[in-house]
Every structure is written in C-alpha cells, then in structure tokens.
Design a protein around this ligand. Structure first.
Ligand SMILES: *Cc1c(COP(=O)(O)O)cnc(C)c1O
Length: 394
C-alpha cells in the first residue's frame, strides 16, 4: 500500500464482533478472560487497548516502523524515550529544540544525571566535537521551531551509528507525509499527534515509533510501566484525523507557500523563514530530505514592538494562540508565548527576537488569509500602545 491508502486502511477493519468499517471505541478499562490464563489479546487498558492498538499500527505503518506506542501527549512520548537511558548517559540535542524538550531534559539531568549538550546541528563538525564515549543518542528536531532551520537526518544518523548511539527524530513539524526519518537512518521517531497527525486542534496526544525489535520490546515495557498510554477516545479521534492527513498536508503546504511568497514581497516585512523559498539558507537540503516544505511560516516585522503587537491584534482569521498543525490558521509571538520560558540569552542565541511572528497556516481560502495579513500589516497609521500581550509559559 502507498502512504495515502495506509492513512485510511492501516490498523482498521479489525472488529471481529460486528465487522464495523470504522474502528470502535473500546472504552473499557479491563477485559474478561476467556478462561484461566487465556485472554482474547487484551486484559487491561494501561497495557494495551484495541482502539489504541489500531492507532499504533496505523502510525507505525505511516512511518515505516515495526511498532508504535500512542501516548497521552507529545511530552509523554519524549518522556518515554528518555527512559531508554540511564544515569551517566549523554545525549546531544539540537540547540533550537522544542521548549518542552529542553525543560524535560533539564529536569532529567537534575533528577537522574542524564547529561545533555546542545549544539547547532547544522554544523556536523561541531556535533562530532561534542560526542563523548558515553553519548547514547542524538536528539534531532527538523525543521526547528520557530525559525525552521533544517538539519541533515542522514548525516547525523551516520554520525550517531558510527559511535554506537541512537538517532532520535522529532517528526512533529512535517509528519510522515513530508518527512520519513527511518528512510534516512533514524532509529526512533517521536510525534506530538496534537499537531498535524490529528490536525483538528481537539486532542493532545503523542506517539513513539521504532524500527528495531529490541527497541519495540523496551517501548512496550515502558508503555505499561510508565502508564502514559493515550485514552481510547483520543486514539479514535487521532485515527479519524489521520484519514485526511495527505490532502490536509498538501492544502497546508500550498497555503503556506503562498503566504511566504506574499510576506517575502511585503514592504513591512523584514525577513521570511520558510524552507520552500529559494532564499532559505537550507532550501537545497530541505528539497533533498523532505517530501514537501510544511505549513509553518515565520517572519520578522519591519517595525517597532508596538507595530508587531498591532499585527498580532489586527488579524481576524488567524487566531492568536499557541500550538500548530490544525486546519485553522494560528498566529503566535514566540518571544512572549511559545518561547517565553527560554532565558533572553538563549533566545538571542537562537535568533528569536521581539519582531518575530510565527504562523501555522491553515487550510482556509488563501485569499482570505492573505487579505487578513495584508490588512494587519498596514500599520503605518496606528497609534502606539504600551500594553503588551500577557506572558504565558506552556
Ligand atoms: C508540541 C510539540 C511537542 C510537545 O507535544 P504536546 O502534545 O504539546 O505534549 C513536542 N515536539 C514538538 C516539535 C512540538 O511541536
């Protein structure tokens, strides 16, 4: 089966009771034994649940892995993977990883002594330079958030394997439609299914996918031991969302490309970050490694903070909100929202300034999206205001 067919058929049609075409929601904590010591494959829903299993088979098939675990959130997926490691192990992580990843790595260093080094993974030599004898994994996230830097999964996987380490890829930003890390050498893939996989902004969820038997055994042990499995209803929603993944991703990309090109020409925009633009510094790598450029666009407003705030307040269709990957368009100010927990120094180093705006481009009519942005960007006549958006940490 090809990817588009897999999204619709993998993991479903498993209802032996009534042959329902759509996977039922098995909202049951426990399952009756057939006889002493004999089940129909399920005994308790923390360990395994048929609806969750359907989603797991589906996601594993999309990524080309042998097994997946569907868990409660993207952070639960990341936490589960961190339990593959021991005190004294060392992980090398991309310097502009998701904020929650940085926070949990910091916590695991403090609690369990898992060492961590951040490095700009665009520079392969600097990755090699920080690898130690106890390095057990490279933590790769590409494209990065919010600047959409692209790093080379194949080259980094080779570096990891040469040193006996695992290559772990957070594939949330592109989904298996636009990037398939196992084909590039990765060993473990994590997802926040909250984003494109579910795609409708009505679930938080996560997944871990592996392509080796030993990693799969450890994953199922951890899923049961840690108890982070996703609920049957949430799994059912994500499975439903995935059925339209391919056309959704295509629609997101088409709109994102048009928005990026519009912003690129706009006199009140200083810079646009979109890997699909030929001006993006990693455009060639993105073309080679990805099957598309995704639906996220970031840009710097050519104006004061008051004018940036004016843009954020003036859009009507784009909602001022965190998260991404849903069908509706969202606008976000990384400095005061998604990246507020970073220290000013780390933000500065990562290139996140007060003029930066991040868009999750939805699948609405592109003309409405561009008109909305165009209206908001006509800030020349605005009255400056000193009120700033509230600072929230997520
Ligand atoms: C959102 C996100 C996460 C965390 O996922 P949650 O579902 O919010 O826990 C991890 N990685 C990336 C790249 C994300 O965008």
């Amino acid at each position: 089966m090809r990817l588009k067919t897999k999204t619709i058929h993998c993991g479903v049609e498993k209802d032996s009771a009534y042959n329902s075409v759509i996977t039922p929601i098995y909202q049951s904590s426990t399952f009756r034994f057939e006889d002493v010591g004999q089940t129909k494959g399920y005994d308790y829903s923390r360990t395994a649940n048929p609806t969750r299993k359907a989603l797991e088979e589906n996601i594993a098939a999309l990524e080309g892995g042998i097994a997946a675990a569907a868990v409660a959130t993207g952070m639960a997926a990341i936490t589960t993977v961190l339990h593959f490691f021991h005190t004294g192990d060392h992980i090398v992580c991309t310097h502009d990883c998701y904020g929650g990843t940085e926070r949990i790595l910091r916590t695991y260093r403090e609690l369990f002594g898992i060492e961590i080094t951040y490095v700009d993974m665009r520079d392969l030599a600097s990755v090699e330079a920080v690898i130690q004898p106890n390095t057990k994994a490279l933590w790769i996230e590409t494209p990065s958030n919010p600047l959409l830097n692209i790093i080379d999964i194949r080259a980094l996987s080779e570096i990891a394997h040469a040193r006996g380490a695992l290559a772990i890829v957070d594939n949330t930003f592109l989904s298996p439609v636009h990037q398939r890390p196992f084909e590039l050498g990765a060993d473990i893939i994590v997802h926040s299914t909250t984003k494109y996989l579910n795609g409708h902004s009505d679930v938080v969820g996560g997944a871990v996918v592996v392509n080796r038997r030993d990693l799969a055994d450890r994953l199922f042990f951890l899923q049961n031991a840690l108890g982070q499995g996703a609920s049957p209803f949430d799994c059912w929603l994500v499975l439903r969302g995935i059925k339209t993944l391919v056309p959704r991703i295509k629609a997101h990309e088409e709109n994102a490309r048009a928005v990026a090109e519009f912003l690129d020409r706009h006199p009140n925009v200083l810079r646009v970050y979109y890997p699909g633009l030929t001006s993006h510094p990693n455009h060639e790598l993105a073309k080679r490694q990805q099957h598309g450029f995704g639906g996220m666009v970031s840009f710097e407003v050519d104006g004061s903070i008051e004018e940036v705030n004016h843009v954020l307040r003036s859009v009507n269709i784009f909602a001022l909100a965190e998260s991404l990957g849903g069908i509706e368009s969202l606008i976000c100010h990384p400095q005061t929202m998604t990246h507020a927990s970073m220290t000013p120094e780390r933000r500065e180093k990562a290139g996140i300034n007060e003029r930066l705006i991040r868009l999750s481009v939805g699948i609405e009519d592109i003309n409405d999206l561009i008109e909305d942005l165009d209206r908001a960007l006509r800030f020349k006549t605005i009255v400056p205001t000193s009120t700033r958006p509230a600072v929230v940490e997520v």
